[in-house]
Design a protein around this ligand. Structure first.
Ligand code: ATP
Ligand code: SF4
Length: 335
């Protein structure tokens, strides 16, 4: 697995609202996406996954405010820079050409009155005006073919395509400028499970051919276990565990990750008993003290309600590829 970073999110904080009214939705998140990897980000609804994706690409709508941290992008063969320091013009270029994002419900954002090929051509024209007309058409056709839209469907209007095909078009649009990073925020929830798996499998295959990195956001951990290289788990705006997918599946260390794994049926391998996680996610206006998971945690003890656990390499595993934020014996960080 390549270890070179492509995006380093460091001590990142996001608030909703200002002054006394502000609530913190992202709390001191540090997360690295490596070149060529698929990194999964999982957590229940409200854990902060979308806020993080919007924040790092500086697409956060008000009342969201980035209240601290940096996001260092490493262009191939060039000097790294902080996305937080880019001018609006630089940002526009960064967003499509270096990073592209497929947000929730994006498949419904295709313009209903234009053919899909026309919409793809518009993206290419806007960002690569130097390309000739025929070269643009060739690029659009090649990309649609890559994502599995056959030549006879290229001139279809969005309503003539199934949900799965519209999703493929969105993925094609996200890839057409050959970005280094693709962020997908739960792009497949409106589709059935079989279709979700097909689209993810295709994305992983395209990643192998085109070499981009993927940050894939979902609440369905079983999908990530199957398709991502590493997984980060979010709870209450913090990363609470990070591990290679296989390690997380076999040996999750955070009680919240364990609960999430038991909330979804495994797509492959032995069946697990499904139980879900009792209680509800925390309210940003009244975050529990100490470990914010303590009111729901079956293993909570005294220290959990007073001290915030630090994310770090757990004593008992001493594996630099793993980190967890929990006070249980053996899971506290190596000093
Ligand atoms: P989902 O899977 O449902 O999209 P998520 O993990 O992506 O959830 P976010 O949508 O990022 O979570 O929300 C994180 C927290 O920020 C939630 O507690 C949410 O209520 C809060 N939040 C999101 N948008 C706003 C807003 N515009 N104003 C105030 N709070 C908000
Ligand atoms: Fe549970 Fe305590 Fe670990 Fe939090 S720190 S996950 S409450 S055991």
């Amino acid at each position: 697995m390549p270890k070179e970073p492509v995006l380093e999110i460091r001590n990142f904080n996001v608030d909703y609202g200002l002054g006394d009214q502000a609530v913190r939705a992202i709390r001191d998140v540090t997360l690295t996406l490596h070149r060529g990897e698929v990194l999964g980000l999982a957590g229940e609804s409200g854990s902060g996954k979308s806020t993080l994706a919007y924040g790092v690409t500086r697409l956060l709508p008000p009342p969201g405010v980035i209240s601290g941290g940096s996001v260092i992008y490493h262009p191939p063969g060039d000097q790294p820079y902080d996305v937080m320091a880019l001018s609006p013009a630089e940002l526009r270029k960064f967003r499509w050409a270096e990073t592209s994002i497929v947000f929730q419900g994006a498949m419904n954002s295709l313009n209903p009155v234009h053919k899909v090929s026309t919409q793809m051509l518009d993206v290419i024209r806007a960002h690569e005006p130097q390309l000739s007309g025929p070269a643009r058409v060739a690029r659009a056709q090649e990309m649609l073919k890559l994502v599995g839209i056959s030549a006879d469907r290229m001139d279809a209007y969005p309503h003539q395509l199934s949900g799965g095909m519209r999703q493929r078009v969105m993925i094609g649009m996200a890839l057409v400028l050959e970005p280094q990073i693709v962020i997908m925020d739960e792009p497949t929830t409106a589709l059935d499970v079989v279709m979700q798996r097909q689209i993810l499998a295709q994305l992983v295959e395209l990643r192998e051919r085109l070499g981009f990195s993927v940050l894939f956001i979902t609440h369905d951990l079983s999908l990530l276990v199957e398709f991502s290289d590493r997984i980060a788990i979010m709870y209450g705006g913090r990363i609470v565990e990070q591990a290679r997918s296989a390690d997380l599946y076999k040996d999750s260390l955070h009680p919240y990750s364990e609960g999430l794994l038991k909330s979804f049926p495994a797509l492959r391998g032995p069946r697990r008993e499904l139980s879900g996680i009792p209680g509800s996610p925390p309210d940003l206006r009244g975050m529990p003290t100490g470990c914010s998971f303590h009111p729901r945690c079956p293993h909570a003890f005294d220290r959990c309600s007073t001290d915030i656990p630090v994310l770090g390499v757990p004593e008992a595993r001493n594996d630099p590829n793993r980190s967890v934020a929990c006070w249980l014996p053996g899971r506290v960080p190596v000093a």
